[in-house]
Structure formats: structure tokens, C-alpha cells
Design a protein around this ligand. Sequence first.
Ligand SMILES: [Zn+2]
Ligand SMILES: [Zn+2]
Length: 597
Amino acid sequence: MADDESRISRFLTTLSKPFKRKSSPTPTMPLWTSGIQEPVMAQGITIPALYAVSTECLILRTVLSKLRQEMFRRGYYWEKAFHQKCTECGEEFQHEVQQCNICESPVRKPDADEMVYAKWLLKQENSMEQQFMHVLHEIENDLNIVDDAFLLFVKEYYIDPESKEVSFYRVKELIRGDPIFMRIVADKRGVRGGRYKTCLIHRDQVKTHAEDNTCEICGSDLQDVHYVNMAGSGKTQYFVEGEVIHVSKYNPSKLYGRSPVNTMWRQAMTLTAMDNYMYTAYQKRRMPKGIISVTTDNLESMKSFWKSVDEKMERDPHYIPKVGIESSTGRGGVNWIKFMDTLEEMQYMAVRDEIRNRIAAYYGVSSIFMVDNGKSGGLNNEGLQILVTNRAVEFGQKIYTDMLFPKILKQMGVFDWKLTLYPNEEEDEITRLRRDEQELNVAQRMAQLGFVPELIDGDSSNDIKFVYRKPEPQEQQGAPPPGGAPPGGMPPGGMPPGGGRMPPGMPMGGGMPMPMGGAPMMRGMPPGMPQGTMPMPPSQPGGEGMGIRNRGPAAPQRRTSPGSGAPVTSVQQRGPPQSLGQQNVNALQNARRFRGA
Ligand SMILES: [Zn+2]
Ligand SMILES: [Zn+2]
């Protein structure tokens, strides 16, 4: 990608040589002044208050930490950004090619040396003894609370002894910047920088853009300041471009995001107040349970009455005040006035549940994770709720894999490799098998079209992936005739032709509509799996109407021998010798399944 950018920027530079350049205006935002920008906070709530309520409110904290745990539970892995890349035009190919399809230049594989340093660095702890994943946890927390996260690169600049200028740098460590103190420097359009300049070597040399462009001490050019840290009182730290990454998750904008906790402030505070109320009610009972009043005409005694109530409550929390009010008419009555409502009367639980669900819904954390599965029944419901969370996790992980990680790698000069977070486990087995199955189906079809699929190994993700290449001429003899063998990707034991009787002992999810005509059944599924949602494999590929058997493999009940010790699929396989592609497919299928399952 870097080659690509530099190529284009080189082109643009040469293009503009004889010309003057003018741009159309970037819209200014009159509310902003040039310089350090402040994030907008609704209801006058400050950022420290947002953090305070996120740690104080149990439900909010539960939601936040569950989401975080799910996202990073399985760590990260390195991945090739491409399979091959054109050395000239930079086009990336995910499959095997001899030369670039576009410009016919030679192609290259990802450069393994490139990631050596980055790989090492991410395994190191930073100077706060934090591992990379811990920093990511902090970043994620910031994103979920204030929707702004700052990742600081502590860079080591190497200064040329001759010219006294920076010749190169390395990223020494990664540290989270505190959103309470980190600020974006931008001009009135929101364009980064444009206000302060600093010297890379002498950071206390800060000038505004009105002043000249050289360091007083070393005379080198000053760099534009993009971010500041205002934590040190009066000692603002200035960061130039490439030293700080800022991301927003929920509301990305030209400057700051908008805090979700700010939006759910009232709900979170209500929950806190409710918890306080509960706590006080159970622990101290500061409120009298009620009072007894006697109606009289004389109200003077009321003043001294409340005073004494306060005193007596101090000594005995269960004290019930009694007051007599004199009545000259002699009429009156005794009333019991209750102060403290019971929790049921206040619909305490209902309100609490409602607020909790709202908060959880915003973050996409389903109730199952909050150990509230009392209300949801059935496996299907559970699956659905976990799916919702998977989406939240997927969305959250995209912020890293698509935005943050590429920016990190760019600072370390890695362009051929990708950092990716493992999807959380709940998406797990079934979804992954489905994906694998689709991939195998594609591979099969490609094989039938005459391509040779080859399994990509060394891919750290668990997914099955193939590259396809055109077979060499001598290999082509071995290629299967279209529609030949029963597909290896299909589990054997399809419905018997005619679709009448069920094979005995076949686990079936209740109520699954059975398509007639021998749709292959999923095998090895535990009973009760929601089979209705499984993607139907394509109908027998290739050979329909060709006079070749295309109804899938022989039915298991017609089997004469148990196929002692034979690998699963080969028991019932007949037909021409299998191609390389099909052998791949079979081997994978067998490895995934227990023998005889
Ligand atoms: Zn090319
Ligand atoms: Zn300097």
C-alpha cells in the first residue's frame, strides 16, 4: 500500500510541476477556534465524571467489561495482507498468479522480514509493564466510555551526528493516552495541526504558526503539532503527526466522537441512585418507616418535633416518631403515614431491568452474558441472543483490524502483513464449519471447472482457504470429468432416492421440513441443533442431465460391509479416481470428523 501511495503522490508531484495549485474551500466550522479543540459534552458532564459513573454503576461496568473480554478473549494473529502483489502497479492478488493480470509485471510474495520488528515489539511489555493486549483493553474501555481513544507511540529518533537532524526513528513502545487530557489540535476546518510547531529534538521549543519555522537551539525545521496532552499542570506536551493515533468507535467525526455514557448518563445515575437507596435501606434505614400523626389545632409543636426525631433517629434507626398535635375543638384522629415504599410498590425491579436492557442494547451485549437467562427459553432464543453479541464484537473488532492496526503497522513500516483479532468463540464451531463448507463447495466447483485448488497452509486463522491455479497440461489428464464423482464436500449418507424412509439412528432436529429428492443431510450434529438454519449445499453440482449418477453417494442402509477401518467417506465412494482437489477436500473432511461419525 505504501508503494502505491508513494507512486501516486510521486505522480501528483510531477504533474503539478509547471502549474500552480488551488483547492476548493474546505468548510470552516465557525464554532471552533484554531488550536486545541475541546470535545462536546452534553448536559455539562465532564469526562472524569463519565469515567466515574462507568466504574461506579455496576450494570454499566458489567456491560463494558463483558464486551471488552469478548472482543479480546482470543488474542490477535498475523496474516498475509495478500498472497501475491505486483511489483509495478501494486495490485494485490489473493490467489496464485504467474504475473500481474493488469500490467503483466512480475509478482512477489509478502516480505517476511518486514514484520520481524513489529512482531517482536508487540510481544514486549511497555515501560508500564503492560502487554499489548492490556493497552488494547484500555483503548477499548476509552472507546466505550467517551468514544475517543488515543494511542501514543513513544518513538526513538536517531539523530545524524553530522547534520544534527533526525534521520530515522523506531517505535519504542505503545501507551494509551488518557482522553481526559489528550486533545486534538486543529484549525477552524478541523484539519489537524495549523497552530503549534515543535522541534523533534527539543520538545520545549514550541512556536505558533505566526512565527518562523526553525528551532532556536538546533536550527532544524519545526514539525506541526497534531495532539497535545494537558495533564501536566502548565506543562503541555506536544505531539507531532504520527506520534498519536486517535480513533472513535460509535460516532466518528472530524474531531471527537460522542460519548455513549454521556447519552445514558441519566439511566446510569438512576441505577446508581437505586443501588444507593437499596444499600441505605438495608444497611442503615435512615428513613423512618412512617410516622403517627394526631390531628389537632395546634401546629407549634411540629418544630420541636422534627428536631427530636432527628436526634432519636441517630440513636435508634428503627425509631418510629410519634407526634401529638393539640386540638381545641377536641376533634381529631390518628393517622399512620408511611414514608418508605416497599421495593415492589416502586416497581424497583421492573425499572431496573428496563434500564439495564437499554444500556446492554446500546453496546450489543445480550442478557445471556449477564447471567439472566431466566426469561429466555429454548436453544433458538439463546442462539439468537449470542448472535447479537457477535455482531457487537465483530463491529468492535473492525475498529482495530480496519483502523487502528493498519495505522500502528504503518508507523512500523509493515505493509505486507495484517494484524487481526480472532473472532470470539461464540461465533465458533458451527459458523466456522459453515464457512468451511461454503469454501469447500467453491473449491469443488472450481475443481470441476478445471482449476486446481491448493490449501493455504500457515494461515493462522482456522478457516480453510484455497488458492486456485490453472493446471499444467500434463496434470489435466487427471482432472475429473465434470459431474463425475460424488462430491467429497458432501457428507455421505444423503436421503435415499425417493426420499421415503429415514435412516435409523439419524439425529434429527424436530420439525425440520425435509425437501424431497435427496438433499444431503448434515451428519455429526448433536440432536436439537437448529438444522433449519443450515445453508443448503448446492444441488449435485455439475452433472445434472448428463447421464451420470448425481444423486449423491449410496444410502448407508444399503451398505453391505461396515467398511472396516476405512476412512469415512471412502466407504461409499465409487467413481473415477479423485483429483488433487477432491483429495484435499476429503482429507480435510476426514480430519475434522471422528472416525465413523
Ligand atoms: Zn501490475
Ligand atoms: Zn531543536
